[in-house]
Design a protein around this ligand. Sequence first.
Ligand SMILES: O=C(CO)[C@H](O)[C@H](O)COP(=O)(O)O
Length: 194
Amino acid sequence: MDSGADFLHLDVMDGHFVPNLTFGHPVVKCLRTKIPDAMFEAHMMVSHPEKWVQPMADAGVNRYTFHLEATNDIEALVRKIQEAGMKVGIGIKPNTPVDDVIQYVDLCDLVLIMTVEPGFGGQKFMQNMMPKIKFLRSQFPNVDIEVDGGVSHINIGCCAQAGANVIVAGTAVTGAKNKPEAIKGLRDEWNKAI
Ligand SMILES: O=C(CO)[C@H](O)[C@H](O)COP(=O)(O)O
């Protein structure tokens, strides 16, 4: 769920930054040929995110979201992503204080607040991340704030009330018998909360 267009959120994991492995730019490129009109967000749960900027841009990614914890030169990485023609997202893991990201928010299009430890779907939503969102929203009324991890129809409302405007839902949709109904349920709870 996104304030603007819906994005397809692609979880890229390298088995190093997180203890799980998914896929890389060749698969994204293949997806792009199958789904030419979708907006793609690559959530790069990888070490050395600077390495994959151009390959992901070439594969058709629209927003490149990297982790603050994965790189030392954030400003150079942001420039590289923008020069490759993509929007910039910057994410923080649950144990990273929100203060660490503040100085970079104005450089980015989106800040991602993880509500699980990155690496696996199906984990429990961490409600105690909501103050990070509230604080960010109070300081940056216009930036996109994304929440990812354990979001369901039960907690999507508190994400919206905290000030998030972009939601990633994995298991809440993929694990539902009736997926359109699950998406509608999420949207309904979201609309009730805002
Ligand atoms: O980034 C992720 C895990 O690192 C997933 O996007 C996230 O966990 C979403 O899955 P779920 O909604 O099942 O928690």
